[in-house]
Design a binder for this molecule. Structure first.
Ligand SMILES: C[S@@+](CC[C@H](N)C(=O)[O-])C[C@H]1O[C@@H](n2cnc3c(N)ncnc32)[C@H](O)[C@@H]1O
Ligand code: SF4
Length: 385
């Protein structure tokens, strides 16, 4: 059966944000054109094994590509029978949204936009090196609605140096009032080799763990009070989850592409630095746009590394990913996906987590509690083999 999920990495940004370690660079027009052609070539190489139900263009800043470049990519996808996905998301920076681009997106079946907002406080946006103002967020949101998008996500960040609880609450309130169908909110990670990390090393500010915890609590509290349903540590969907056997399912407006990823599903990853996971084999493309283009110009995939995990190790990773979701792992779903039984191979870990108050075992599955979700990374690590 062909693979049903496609991730495309667009490695360009207008300028690098102070905290960001994703592979992207300030763009030059010529290199973007060359990348566009290389990406089409890469799509041609995998198209026969791909019938996407979900597509996600991330980055970097996919919306930085101009109309002609987008048209080239989308036409190629049409020719290769890659359009028609149930969910087709493009990540956008509020400074690079236009009505023409939004209309072009709609015309080719892009039905979800994820907008990187991070904060609505001008001083913090500046501090983070964002290229957009708060006004641009409202304007772009409006443009996307006018173009007909009815499935929008907003990305926020909290525990930003200089962000007080009042500023955070104000941003949350304004963002929730905007009425997006989805909200993702991440605590700042100090990634090595970023300006923010260097400032931390130079002791220009302190990290306040307690405040970060309170901000996470405020996020969950405000979002759920205003009609969002949390379905993953950092992700909230507006639609109410259906209930099956008295347990909530994943909400309909959850990001289907990421749910497939957390549930250990296969996906192709195209573009520089992209990771793919196809039938148990993980591949990672070169994190070098020139090299990526050179390889594809020679007609070869631009894969830097390939890794095939042993079945038990693979199942352990899949368990760890799936526990990020509030619904946790239904035992039967896990068995179907991995061929392993959580009740057999991870009985000890589930017992320990339950005793610590971080986990909950039910006859049909295992999930982390609200407290456990706060420490999901440590909990998930216990499942790795
Ligand atoms: C790959 S970025 C792409 C979004 C888009 N380029 C933008 O920034 O407008 C996806 C999201 O990851 C989050 N993110 C990136 N770096 C982060 C970091 N160091 N700590 C926490 N969140 C981060 C941001 O919320 C960002 O919107
Ligand atoms: S956060 Fe988004 S816009 Fe900023 S550098 Fe990273 S990918 Fe680019």
């Amino acid at each position: 059966m062909p693979i049903q999920s496609l991730y495309v990495h667009v490695p360009f940004c207008a300028q690098k944000c102070a905290y960001c370690a994703f592979f992207s660079e300030a763009s030059s027009g010529e290199l973007i054109n060359r990348y566009t052609d290389a990406l089409v070539r890469e799509m041609e190489l995998v198209a026969d094994d791909l019938k996407p139900r979900t597509i996600f263009f991330g980055g970097g800043t996919p919306s930085i590509l101009n109309l002609a470049q987008w048209e080239k990519i989308l036409r190629a996808m049409e020719r290769l029978n890659l359009l028609g996905a149930e969910e087709f998301t493009v990540e956008c920076n509020p400074a690079t949204v236009s009505l023409d681009k939004a209309k072009l997106f709609r015309a080719y079946g892009i039905n979800r936009v994820s907008m990187g907002v991070q904060s609505l406080d001008e001083a913090l946006l500046d501090r983070l090196g964002r290229i957009h103002s708060r006004e641009m967020v409202f304007k772009s949101f409006d443009i996307l609605r006018r173009a007909g998008f009815d499935n929008l996500n907003i990305d926020l960040m909290f525990a930003i140096p200089g962000q007080t609880m009042d500023i955070w609450r104000a941003t949350l309130k304004e963002v929730i009032t905007l009425g997006s169908e989805h909200l993702s909110s991440y605590e700042v990670i100090y990634e090595e080799d970023t300006p923010l990390y260097q400032q931390l090393q130079a002791k220009e500010f302190d990290v306040d763990e307690d405040l970060a915890c309170e901000m996470y609590e405020a996020l969950v509290e405000h979002a759920t009070a205003d009609g969002f349903h949390q379905y993953e540590i950092a992700n909230f969907a507006r639609s109410k989850p259906e209930t099956r056997n008295s347990k909530p399912e994943i909400p309909a407006s959850a990001c289907k592409h990421n749910v497939n990823y957390w549930r250990g599903g296969s996906f192709y990853g195209l573009g520089p630095s992209a990771t793919g996971y196809v039938r148990g084999v993980r591949t990672t493309n070169w994190s070098n746009t020139q090299l990526y283009c050179e390889q594809l110009e020679k007609g070869k995939r631009a894969i830097e590394s390939r890794e095939e995990l042993q079945p038990l190790a693979r199942a352990g990773e899949t368990a760890a990913f799936g526990l990020r979701m509030v619904a946790g792992w239904p035992f039967e779903d896990f068995k179907r996906t991995t061929g392993h039984d959580l009740r057999k191979d991870w009985a000890q870990e589930m017992k320990q987590l339950t005793e610590r108050g971080w986990g909950r075992i039910a006859p049909e599955g295992f999930q982390l509690t609200r407290q456990g979700l706060r420490f999901a990374d440590s909990a998930a690590e216990m499942f790795l083999r």
